[in-house]
Design a protein around this ligand. Structure first.
Ligand code: TRP
Length: 326
């Protein structure tokens, strides 16, 4: 999609794993290489929506930048920034909040779900309003497309609603961005459940080959020696086959047939090799970049500067459209 602008983002809560890579990171790099302008927001304020404290924020932020760069995001073309470093972006929250009702905020299914899993003692106002903050993350740069997972679609809907209502009330400023749903099926963890850091079933992109082998070794399989691909009846075995198949760009049935009667041990060896081979170039770049974080910090500083320039222009347009605000 040449000459398109794409924005998406992540919360800095921990390192990216293989699920993130196949679910979104690979796609972002592909779209960038096709000529789109990519902006990536590291949504640090969002970390304190469902927990009281943001821990290791600097480490997690720099870790995300390392993952982006190692995966192929090119900082001479892409803009990587923290939303906490962009005051004008955050100021859009005030007019935007006036465009949505409390009832609408109350109805958001993703917020409801996050409240249910929240680690906060009480639901904060920030939790309640974060979809509107996310609308500011998005609309400040007027992107054409926003690649997101299924769970983020309600936020995209509220973003589009805010754009429409702003334009109706004050005159045209904001194009309505399109959501771009990731087409890759959800990659399951080594236990057949959702791949997630907190479940101990994920393979971080930056893990060493030995750490990778250890996660795969812990994977839950079953007693049937003959390896077959059947996600419904053999979730553990099939999740492992999926991981290896994605890394080797192959069909999981074919891979299963090849392992045949080799059992879980052979399956795990195959998966470990597939992941370590696939990630080797990415990991080599990541290790090299991690040795001197000066460059990573410079990338963020540059990105924050660019994001500020864009946000200030948009905020000026917003204030002019609204009349009398300064
Ligand atoms: N809410 C997103 C998540 O939890 C992260 C995010 C913040 C985001 N701002 C965004 C995603 C803007 C897309 C666009 O994953």
């Amino acid at each position: 999609m040449p000459s398109q602008r794409l924005l998406t983002g992540d919360r800095p809560t921990g390192p990216f794993h293989l699920g993130h890579y196949f679910g979104t990171l690979q796609n972002r790099v592909r779209i960038q290489n096709e000529g789109a302008e990519v902006l990536l927001v590291i949504a640090d304020y969002q970390v304190i929506t469902d927990r009281d404290l943001a821990e290791n924020l600097v480490t997690h932020t720099e870790g995300l930048v390392l993952d982006y760069l190692a995966a192929g995001i090119d900082p001479t073309r892409a803009t990587i920034f923290n939303h906490s470093a962009v005051p004008a972006l955050n100021q859009l929250l005030l007019p935007f909040l006036s465009l949505v009702s409390v009832a609408e905020l109350n109805r958001n299914p993703t917020v409801k779900d996050e409240i249910a899993h929240s680690r906060q003692s009480a639901v904060s106002g920030l939790m309640f309003t974060y979809p509107v903050h996310q609308a500011a993350d998005i609309l400040f740069c007027k992107p054409d497309v926003v690649p997101v997972g299924q769970d983020q679609l309600p936020h995209l809907e509220i973003t589009r609603t805010i754009a429409r209502r702003f334009n109706d009330r004050y005159g045209y400023v904001f194009p309505e961005p399109e959501a771009l749903l990731s087409s890759t099926p959800l990659l399951l963890g080594t236990d057949g459940g959702k791949m997630s850091k907190s479940r101990g079933n994920s393979i971080p992109l930056g893990a060493t080959p030995d750490e990778t082998a250890a996660v795969v070794r812990r994977a839950v399989t079953d007693a049937d020696r003959r390896i077959t691909y059947d996600p419904a009846t053999r979730p553990g075995v099939s999740a492992l086959l999926d991981i290896a198949a994605l890394c080797q760009d192959r069909d999981p049935h074919e891979l299963a047939a090849e392992i045949g009667d080799g059992g879980a041990a052979e399956l795990k060896r195959t998966v470990t090799d597939a992941v370590n081979t696939f990630l080797a170039p990415l990991r080599a770049r990541r290790t090299e970049l991690a040795q001197d974080l000066t460059y990573v910090r410079e990338v963020l500083r540059e990105g924050n500067k660019r994001a500020n320039a864009i946000a200030e222009t948009t905020l000026d347009e917003v204030r002019a459209a609204m009349g009398g605000f300064r």
